[in-house]
Write a protein that binds this ligand. Structure first.
Ligand code: XMP
Length: 553
């Protein structure tokens, strides 16, 4: 179901420079750390790599809590976080660039283990008295390192004398080690592919251990966090749940909380967690705009009222939304109309409840990471995603955001911990404007929504039956605004066409087409044409993102 996000909490920043270190400390509130929960924590300083988030994923998968901060984070903040170790990410800069990112001095002053990855390694060497040079032998993609010495990073993973696959991405390379360091592995393009100063517990790798193309990368990171930095790996979702419940109780006291429930993963998990913490002080508002998939509204009501006994207001506002959308064909107007009405209806229902001081939101960690980007330039609005605008400010409420430290997969794990049904926890993402943007360049009517719902339900049923649902990021049908001629039995048909879409993705930013076999597609097509009166043609969308987007509008 839909996942409205309110832009007020998005703190993503672009194009910082060293002269403009405004990010340091600005979102300190974005990192609610808890000593009991996160005694074992690792800090990742981001130098702008595309894959910094993967470092955090790998570290957390090994049971260690970590946060990603920009390299501009200030000393006091880093000291207060008290990490057991620091990982310096890669990044696109060269240490020789004017204004190149610099590792804060406190990183070395803390006397804790440090692991530099790619740019992180180069910057470390540069700052500690080594030498980094541009190289004719750039290495991008798969490469091999020869293990020449023993090293704490290799324990139980790599042995001296072996040759191991890694993923490289560097132009510059270290050509002279700082005092105290030795090389423990080499590659064709980098004589100092892995370096170590075991006295000071400083390590550097010229490749990306966080990506899957470095097959043993996760184990190397684990060696760093567990063996070198001494983390015990006790960060689990069960523990997170207990501590978070205490935090919610402390924050909310005896006040009341309202939560917009959509049936999507984030709002569902947030609602159930908050309900465990404060019971009936929570009221959920489910604004049903009439553009959900088949059976979803019923499932939300059944699950949250029935199974979890949560106070739930189900407002069927479909008439309101559909009449406002009458004749609207432009995608942005559709999105904005739905966003505006959603807020109005939500506010109306909240006012009826009265007296709530807190608004719950399913904000996730990727929304609050203060990202570092060197791409600069103006960003073009492709779609006004999530822009339902400013609800928290308008309503003048304090926010309860119990998921803001979690990645999506972790939210799903927490949902399982909370015994939320798999049909909700494992559900594909669904856009806020719902099926309205799956009826492209056309106006929305109940009849068209019904046609689309039926086709979509058959498609998803077949995907589930084939055991493919979890292998796909998102799959859905799109009702096309064309009528085509067909033949059924002895008669002529002149009906609408649907397009089927299914993609794989890790974050929705890029996507690949899912490679169904033709037998599967034939089966779905024939079921849709036979069972949905009004549809006589089925196509499969084979556009990746980019250049396409996942949704058609
Ligand atoms: P696109 O179509 O931009 O979609 O490739 C990327 C991801 O975002 C979802 N999406 C939306 N989510 N409001 C939302 O909450 C929206 O207006 C919206 N438009 C697209 C889309 O389903 C995919 O997961």
């Amino acid at each position: 179901m839909y996942a409205y996000r309110f832009p007020a909490v998005r703190r993503k920043r672009t194009a910082p420079t060293r002269e403009e270190p405004a990010m340091s400390g600005t979102a300190q509130d974005a990192t609610i750390t808890d000593t009991a929960l996160h005694a074992d924590r690792i800090l990742i300083l981001d130098f702008g790599s595309q894959v910094t988030q993967l470092i955090a994923r790998r570290v957390r998968e090994s049971g260690v809590y970590c946060e990603i901060w920009p390299f501009t984070a200030d000393e006091e903040r880093i000291r207060a976080f008290a990490p057991r170790g620091i990982i310096l990410s890669g990044g696109p800069a060269s240490v020789h660039d004017e204004g190149a990112p610099v590792i804060p001095e406190v990183v070395f002053a803390l006397n804790i283990p440090v692991l530099g990855i790619c740019y992180g390694e180069q910057a470390m060497c540069n700052q500690l008295g080594g030498k980094v040079e541009g190289s004719d032998h750039r290495e991008f993609g798969r490469a091999f390192v020869d293990i020449t010495e023993d090293c704490a990073l290799f324990r139980g993973v790599w042995a001296r004398g072996s040759r191991e696959q890694v993923w490289m991405s560097h132009g510059d390379r270290v050509t002279q080690l700082p005092p105290g360091f030795r090389a423990v592995a080499t590659s064709e393009g980098a004589p100092f592919a892995i370096i170590a100063d075991e006295g000071r517990r400083l390590y550097g790798v010229q490749f990306h251990p966080e990506v899957v193309h470095t097959p043993h990368g996760a184990a190397l990171l684990r060696n760093f966090t567990h063996n070198v930095a001494g983390c015990t790996g006790t960060w689990t979702m069960a523990r997170f749940r207990d501590v978070e419940i205490e935090k919610i109780r402390k924050q909310v006291g005896d006040k009341r909380v309202i939560c917009g429930l959509s049936g999507g993963v984030d709002s569902s998990v947030a609602a159930v967690l908050i309900h465990e913490a404060i019971g009936d002080q929570l009221t959920c508002i489910f604004v049903d705009h009439g553009m959900l998939r088949a059976g979803e509204a019923e499932e939300v009501v059944k699950t949250f009222r029935g199974q979890f006994n949560i106070k739930l207001i189900h407002r069927d506002a479909s008439d309101l939304f559909l009449s406002a959308l009458e004749g609207v064909t432009d995608p942005e107007v559709k999105r904005k109309t739905i966003g505006r009405l959603f807020i109005e209806v939500f506010e109306e229902e909240a006012a009826k409840i009265g007296g709530a001081e807190f608004l719950a939101q399913g904000t996730l960690y990727p929304d609050v990471i203060e990202s570092v980007s060197f791409t600069g330039g103006p960003s073009v609005t492709i779609k006004s995603h999530h822009n339902v605008g400013g609800l928290p400010e308008r309503m003048n409420m304090q926010l309860v955001e119990p998921l803001r430290e979690l990645f999506k997969d972790e939210v799903r794990d927490l949902g399982r911990e909370l015994e939320i049904p798999e049909s909700i926890v494992g559900r594909h993402p669904f856009p806020g404007p719902g099926l309205a943007i799956r009826i492209p360049s056309d106006s929305i009517t109940r009849e068209k929504l019904d046609l689309l719902r039926k086709a979509d339900a058959i498609y998803l049923e077949e995907i589930r039956n084939a055991g493919l649902y979890d292998a796909i990021w998102q799959a859905f049908a799109v009702l096309l605004p064309v009528r085509t001629v067909g033949v059924m039995g002895d008669g002529r048909t002149y009906d609408q066409a649907v397009a089927l879409r299914a993609v794989t993705s890790t974050d929705g930013m890029t996507a690949e087409v899912f490679p169904f076999d033709m037998g599967f597609l034939n089966r779905v097509a024939s079921r849709i044409v036979n069972e949905v009166r009004g549809i006589n043609r089925v196509t499969y969308d084979i556009t990746s993102k980019p250049p396409g987007t996942i949704e058609w509008e």
